[in-house]
Design a binder for this molecule. Structure first.
Ligand code: NAP
Length: 461
């Protein structure tokens, strides 16, 4: 019998494997979701609540007691209550003395209070060891188990032992703790869930600005000008023609803006003769959002492809083709095939197809699941060499589009050049500067600088 019971004892949760009781203050959404997960992971859970009445929403294996009673049953107390209700905790200061208090709260605005919620909690209950954790995990993700995107739990606190205890719980729940240091980091951690696509702000605002500018530019040239001078109503251009002008312009300009900070950085490094001085803030930020700029550019390029594919079924295009056929029939004259035009049109389409193919390849390699599977050299080859090739192809596609009328004075309306010509400005600047930087007299010192050489070393021996 003894032998049997010892076997059972080894597997039983009442042995040394037994988890320590965890107390959760607050039976709201987050308190309940976290409680469920903890019970599943083998932690006995006791709730501290204003109402000790049983509710069907509360995990059935958990006890619900008053705050004071619940706090006495555990050395770790998770405060699943909004910050504005923390005041009542001062009356429990004695019971909470020496306990680990886990602050999981978030705010509704960035830097809403002068101090972080965790530091505020530490001020209210000075005898407790406050640890910040779990605030970046949502109650919904905890309950539904869809934690793939938010498996990381940022943890910070001044007491190493308390922090370790919380990190052990985080691991036991199948999550990954990331130690962010002392409680001073709490404000930063509290700001994380409030950030709204921080890297996308600049590319999206810039795109909106450029779309608005080019929309009015094309409206003036393609709708208002013919109306004023030829009394023709081309207002329907707003639906497809103008968007199909704006999309390629944006795609090309934004793609060039992905590579512009790289050449600016090279010029700065050559001028300073060192890579050990920080770039200006604006350039740092610009460099950090290059991937997002490239993806927005790809989105515009894809729209351009879609708009182009529907050109043959547009009523205006069908009318124009049939009226040309009718006028040839009436004049009993067939226009001969213009070989130059055929070459220009085919080259323009071929460059566009190849450019778009490489554009998509760049987008695919920027996905984490793909970029994680290539080494740094391969990634740089695709993003830099193939990236420049994409820029060259797309720039050439735009230039050939202009064909015989490219830079011709007749294409100016009210002194305004065609919109596609404006889209060539940034790409041409980038490509010319990049070409100049390839010359050995510049490339050699730049490579040396990037390998750590300095023209005027700051710490010479
Ligand atoms: P909730 O559903 O509103 O629950 C808050 C709980 O606090 C209430 O159920 C109540 O529990 C208690 N409470 C309310 N007023 C109180 C008072 N005057 N005095 C004492 N206790 C009071 O909120 P929640 O969504 O669970 O959020 C709780 C905390 O978790 C917040 O700080 C939030 O920022 C943080 N958080 C939430 C999520 C989420 O996805 N929901 C994610 C990360 C962090 P009793 O009725 O049992 O007393």
């Amino acid at each position: 019998m003894n032998k049997n019971s010892s076997n059972i004892m080894a597997l039983s949760p009442t042995t040394s494997n037994k988890r320590e009781t965890v107390c959760i203050f607050g039976t709201g959404d987050f308190g309940r979701a976290l409680g469920h997960k903890m019970i599943q992971s083998g932690y006995p859970v006791v709730y501290g609540s204003r109402s000790t009445q049983a509710s069907s929403l509360i995990p059935k294996d958990a006890e619900v007691l008053s705050h004071a009673e619940a706090a006495q049953k555990a050395s770790i107390i998770i405060i699943a209550i909004q910050r504005q209700h923390y005041n009542f905790l001062t009356s429990l200061a004695e019971i909470l003395h020496g306990k680990v208090l886990v602050d999981i709260s978030n705010n509704v605005k960035l830097n809403q209070y002068p101090e972080s919620n965790a530091e505020y909690l530490a001020q209210l209950v000075p005898g407790a060891k406050v640890v910040k954790a779990f605030n970046t995990v949502s109650a919904w993700a905890l309950q539904s188990g869809t934690l793939d995107a938010s498996r990381q739990v940022f943890v910070c606190g001044d007491d190493m032992e308390a922090k370790q205890m919380v990190m052990d719980i985080v691991r036991a729940l199948g999550l990954t703790p990331l130690d962010h240091g002392s409680l001073l980091a709490a404000q930063e951690i509290e700001n994380y869930p409030l950030q709204l696509f921080p890297m996308w702000k600049f590319p999206i605002l810039l795109s909106f600005g450029l779309v608005a500018f080019f929309f009015f530019y094309c409206l003036i040239r393609d709708v208002i000008y013919p109306y004023v001078y030829e009394n023709k109503d081309f207002s329907f251009f707003i639906a497809i023609s103008i968007p199909n002008r704006i999309c390629p312009i944006l795609a090309l300009t934004l793609l060039a803006l992905v590579y512009l900070p790289g050449v600016l950085a090279a010029i700065i490094q050559l001028y300073r003769g060192t890579k050990y001085r920080r770039f200006p803030d604006w350039l740092d930020k610009w460099m950090l959002c290059r991937k997002q700029l490239g993806l927005v550019a790809l989105a515009f390029a894809s729209l351009h492809v879609l708009y182009t594919l529907i050109i043959p079924i547009r009523s205006f295009v069908r009318w124009r083709i049939s009226s040309q056929i009718v006028s040839q029939a009436l004049s009993n004259k067939t226009e001969p095939l213009n070989n130059t035009d055929a070459w220009l049109s085919d080259s323009y389409l071929a460059l566009g197809i190849l450019g778009f193919f490489l554009f998509v390849l760049l987008g695919i390699t920027s996905l984490p699941s793909v970029s994680n599977n290539v080494n740094w050299r391969e990634f740089r080859f695709v993003q830099s060499k193939l990236g420049y090739l994409t820029l060259i192809l797309c720039t050439a596609h735009t230039m050939v589009y202009g064909g015989k009328w490219f830079l011709s004075p007749s294409s100016y309306r009210w002194y305004l050049p065609s919109a596609y010509m404006l889209s060539l400005i940034v790409p041409c600047i980038v490509l010319v500067v990049k070409f100049v930087l390839i010359f050995p007299c510049l490339d050699k010192p730049l490579t040396q600088i990037r390998q750590g050489w300095e023209r005027n070393p700051q710490y010479s021996e």
